[in-house]
Design a binder for this molecule. Structure first.
Ligand code: SF4
Ligand code: SF4
Length: 337
């Protein structure tokens, strides 16, 4: 099977609502980015969750909502949120660690839930479970099979780190066998727990060389197997166009304490540009993430330069070898029809 590769940015006019409806989780993954000091420990009450969805609904624009946690299926009202988002015309995704609490598959349907995305960081328990927890591989893959059998559109998110990059290619037979049609590969960020566990995230980050030598090739193989793959470009050539997503997209990262960020790398800092107060979305004043987006630097993403300078290599003239694009440009490889 041949495949088509293309670089995709978020589509103009599209809005992406990354909606953290609680921060609690049954797992404690080693790379978890949830930071209760900054994001609180609240579970949004149902009525508030539904009101907040409406704040981000715009009949003129296509809105994608991604329900997140913590573990979003631990929220007893998740199915209500999915149904309301659908009524509002949104495309609905749930990102789950695989435990699918509260009988989610029976409380919602493939008509209402467009995409059910499971996080899995290894093709077997030996790779996945040291990262995500004992027994997680078994539960997650069992529920993936149930979801596929129930007609849900199942995808998988794999967070690449130095702990599992060498095992990435082993995911392909597993995805095929289970019947997963989409595979998202993401790069580990230095946020939350991975940021707190010591300098350099315990060396979990992958080098540009490792990333470039592994990820595009595995993605191409996956497409050859009929799987649609998306992964972040991350390391752009110096002459490639870089745009900060904070300037050119409508991305909203909403937390249950009311903070609303436009930038995923800002989430560990109280510099959010928007906030929900008394169920009204307000713009914050003073120094916020908005002020950083406008800085035009040779390294590309400003927040990456501030938070993860180790990811940037320089040539002998002091020029960055790559511009870093953290969150906007993705490479997508689709199997040919
Ligand atoms: S990464 Fe996700 S599944 Fe893992 S502990 Fe954090 S919120 Fe839970
Ligand atoms: S991660 Fe970087 S590119 Fe993305 S919004 Fe934040 S500052 Fe901009």
């Amino acid at each position: 099977m041949t495949s088509q590769a293309r670089t995709v940015a978020f589509k103009p006019g599209e809005r992406n609502l990354f909606f953290h409806i609680l921060t609690a989780c049954n797992l404690s993954c080693r790379h978890c980015y949830i930071n209760s000091e900054q994001h609180g420990t609240t579970t949004l009450p149902n009525d508030r969750m539904l009101k907040w969805l409406e704040l981000f609904s715009d009949p003129e624009k296509k809105t994608n909502v991604i329900f997140l946690g913590g573990e979003p299926t631990m929220h007893p009202g998740l199915a209500l949120g999915i149904a309301r988002a659908k009524e509002l015309g949104m495309a609905v995704t749930v990102d789950s660690n695989g435990f699918l609490f509260n009988d989610l598959l029976r409380k919602t349907s493939p008509e209402q839930l467009d995409y059910l995305r499971f996080s899995l960081d290894g093709a077997d328990a030996a790779v996945n479970d040291p990262i995500r927890g004992d027994g997680v591989f078994e539960v997650c893959t069992m529920n993936m099979r149930k979801a596929v059998a129930g007609g849900f559109n199942v995808s998988v998110m794999y967070t690449v780190s130095s702990l599992n990059i060498n095992h990435l290619h082993r995911m392909l037979p597993l995805l095929k066998e289970i019947g997963v049609k989409r595979f998202f590969i993401q790069v580990i960020g230095l946020r939350g727990r991975s940021a707190q566990e010591g300098a350099g995230g315990q060396g979990w980050q992958v080098s540009p060389e490792q990333w470039l030598a592994t990820v595009p090739e595995v993605a191409a193989q996956a497409a050859g197997e009929g799987i649609h793959v998306t992964f972040p470009r991350v390391f752009l050539d110096p002459d490639e166009k870089f745009e900060c997503a904070g300037l050119v997209t409508e991305n909203f990262f909403v937390f249950p304490n009311g903070r609303v960020y436009r930038c995923p790398l800002c989430e560990d800092h109280p510099i959010h540009s928007l906030e929900i107060q008394n169920d009204i979305l307000i713009t914050k004043h003073g120094l916020t993430e908005d002020d950083l987006f406008k800085l035009n630097i040779a390294e590309g993403c400003v927040m990456n330069k501030l938070l993860q300078p180790d990811t940037i290599d320089y040539d002998v003239d002091g020029k960055p070898e790559h511009r870093i694009s953290c969150c906007l440009l993705k490479q997508e490889i689709r199997p040919s029809p």
